[in-house]
Design a protein. Structure first.
Ligand SMILES: NC(=O)c1ccc[n+]([C@@H]2O[C@H](COP(=O)([O-])OP(=O)(O)OC[C@H]3O[C@@H](n4cnc5c(N)ncnc54)[C@H](OP(=O)(O)O)[C@@H]3O)[C@@H](O)[C@H]2O)c1
Length: 260
């Protein structure tokens, strides 16, 4: 009996420690009114993107859900309109695994929308295979793509430093979403209970994204990497300006935007 109680006590202590370490439960914060502002949220049909889009719509923004699945995109837009009473929420097709689709999206957006104030590059996937343009999707590439996000924000901020454009790389925390639905079958029995017990819910994960997108006063921190605890120092490779420039230049070449 004594051993059983001790085991339960230890398990509870371990759970509390892990829960505290993995999720600091960011509280929803007061947000500024965003009427007259237009936001694009890529991958806004589920998870952190949907929670971000909902909150932006609640603040009065015009919100474009840029997603690849029309059914899910339309359904999410309709849900957000109903929940917020904001009729300025719409779906626009974008498949980020196809440069043809990215160009079509950009062209449609530029024809239909006079302004863009907020771009939330949220869409992501942890799967396998390759995109139609030959870019690889295994798990290691997911991790590399996150380093690329940090370096991209750093380089973009440098290139835009004399303008009013600011950008931030964000880690939302560990969030219970559909992101790991492509995880190997053997991993799921471990991952799903962990996610359910310990991870943030999507609206909690969206808070740091919304902070970076809407908070005044962050401008001097443009290009930095944020978590819910504020700006953070990334690992050394995430602070490497030469690597950031090289990534930018090779990205330009790979997507056919010129470059050396
Ligand atoms: N969850 C976490 O713990 C965590 C931690 C760190 C960073 N993140 C990042 O947070 C972002 C949002 O992820 P999530 O956790 O909210 O996962 P999610 O629920 O799976 O949402 C991902 C969204 O991205 C969309 N998407 C995927 N591939 C796309 C493509 N080729 N074109 C257009 N849209 C595409 C998905 O659309 P479909 O519905 O069509 O698949 C979905 O709407 C990702 O960038 C992820 O890497 C998440």
């Amino acid at each position: 009996m004594g051993w059983a109680l001790l085991c339960v006590g230890l398990l509870l202590a371990l759970y509390t420690l892990l829960r505290h370490g993995l999720r600091s439960s960011p509280r929803p914060r007061a947000r500024p009114a965003l009427r007259g502002r237009t936001a694009i949220v890529t991958g806004g049909s589920s998870g952190i993107g949907a929670a971000t889009a909902l909150e932006l719509a609640r603040c009065g923004a015009r919100v474009i859900l840029a997603t690849r699945n029309a059914l899910r995109g339309e359904a999410a837009a309709s849900r957000i309109r109903t929940e917020t009473g904001n009729e300025e929420v719409r779906f626009m097709h974008l498949d980020l695994a196809s440069l043809r689709s990215v160009r079509a999206f950009a062209s449609t957006f530029l024809h239909q929308e006079p302004h863009l104030h907020l771009l939330i590059n949220n869409a992501g996937v942890s799967a396998g295979g390759t995109t139609e343009d030959g870019f690889s999707l295994p798990f290691q590439d997911y991790c590399d793509s996150k380093l690329a996000n940090v370096l991209h924000a750093r380089e973009l901020a440098t290139r835009e430093q004399d303008t009013q454009v600011t950008c931030y790389a964000v880690h939302p925390g560990f969030v219970n979403t559909a992101l790991f639905r492509h995880a190997p079958l053997w991993l799921k029995p471990l991952l799903l209970p962990l996610a359910w017990l310990l991870f943030l819910d999507p609206s909690e994960g969206a808070q740091v994204v919304l902070d970076c997108a809407t908070r005044d006063g962050l401008e001097p921190l443009s290009g930095r990497y944020f978590t819910d605890s504020g700006p953070q120092q990334p690992w050394p490779r995430g602070r490497d300006d030469r690597l950031a420039r090289a990534l930018w230049e090779s990205s330009e070449r790979l997507v056919g935007l010129g470059g050396a």
